[in-house]
Design a protein around this ligand. Sequence first.
Ligand code: ZN
Length: 176
Amino acid sequence: MSYLLSSQQLKYNVQKMKDKQLLLDRRYLRMAAIWAENSYCHRRKVGALLVKDKAIISDGFNGTPSGFPNICEDNSGSTHPYVLHAEANAITKVARSNNSSEGSTLYVTTSPCMECSKLIIQAGIRRVVFSELYRITDGLDLLHAAGVETLHLPLDGHPELPFISEGSLPFDEEKL
Ligand SMILES: [Zn+2]
């Protein structure tokens, strides 16, 4: 009996792993989108989750630093310069915990800006999965240059959405 996998079996197994990862990516992104609802900012609500070894190790949404009033915009509707982005809140939250962001995946509802991308690189985050592509993409360019893997995964209702029927996946969800 051979223990070697045929190339067909190997291809099937690799595809199964990719499908499984995509399913998890979509679920964590949906959770990040729900987390964005915590934001009291009016212009844009962004949510972020840091996941490592299948555990959520941190979370964040855009808002003012601790101790500041929960108001993101001034009277003219411009965002206060001291508002922290969701990614920055998730990264600084893990910095105060016993966890490490090294090798983790960041799920964020909007693609990261330049400032957050610098933090992402320095925090040792390996992957960034986002649902909405922000019009300014210099942050993504920086992530690419640093070798951080990025994945644009639009959520429901988007025409480019790679459709996955959760009921028909060829693997046992119990083992996720
Ligand atoms: Zn940012």
